[in-house]
Ligand binder design. Sequence first.
Ligand code: NAD
Length: 325
Amino acid sequence: MRTRVTELLGIEYPIVQGGMQWVGRAELASAVSNAGGLGILTALTQPSPEDLRREIERCRELTDKPFGVNLTILPTIKPVPYEDYARAIAESGVGIVETAGRNPEPFLPLFKEAGIKVIHKCTSIRHSLKAERIGCDMVSVDGFECAGHPGEDDVTNLILLPLAARRLKIPFLASGGLGDGRGLAAALAMGADGINMGTRFMVTREAPIHESVKQAMVDASELDTALIYRSLRNTARVFKNEIAQQVLAIEAQPGETRFEDIRELVSGAKGKELLENGELDQGIWSAGMVVGLIDDIPACEELIQRIVKDAKAIINDRLQAMVAG
Ligand code: NAD
């Protein structure tokens, strides 16, 4: 397939594996890149900038294809030395960065000087236009369906993507709710140049998380996600397990919720353990509505081939037939 995304990123298929805290490690990123998509390491999954440098090296040993690094800037329990992570990325020779969470402008000179292409993840059109204006090479337009942080506007991709197509000049990825060939064909039809998938890539053989977590997402329906931290204006879509429901109950209590009231329940350290040991009610983990479309645990290669084949069949057969004659 050839789109502005495949051209700009130097990849075979317009399919990107978005940054995922605790999941975006070398095993998964290299598997996606080797399968013709773009794999992405998540910077903050590594405990220090030095560890990130080593993880980038490890990924390089596992693939000779392009891969990227995600740098997410959102509230955290412990302060993060973002500058040092950004420098580690810039000095590592990686060619692509996905920024998310906040305006990436302070880091752009460093990334641009290193010849890095910057994809900024945005949950609104106004942020996408800003990203274009400040010099990002591409945006990832993240609809309300997405896992993790969908912002506070609650606009779905059926509206966001055509708006992005009307207003943006730079290429953009559709992100949120994507997991199959129908999604890829629809995203391209709505003006996107490719898709970004997170949750779907969590449920693959190479994702470095416990089988029970993958199976829980296979068993889940589209109703099994929850929006937590609404009351803190840091909304996150997570898998609706026991802990997510406890957080919602605390947020529903009268009066203002303080982060301290839920910190123990939602800490990233506990989420990391959950993903490693498969004890599903130990913490929270990010998951998108697309869990409703996931019903197997394929290898990344098999998944990408299937999505591309199905999308091509929809475009060449179903849609062609509808307009022929
Ligand atoms: P953490 O342990 O520092 O914090 C746990 C959760 O609480 C995170 O979701 C964080 O955003 C939230 N949080 C922390 N302090 C807060 C505050 N004062 N007010 C409101 N919310 C607060 O986080 P972690 O699991 O180590 O993750 C590191 C970073 O990666 C965080 O910024 C997190 O938001 C981000 N992340 C992003 C996604 C995504 O889908 N984009 C998914 C997971 C984590």
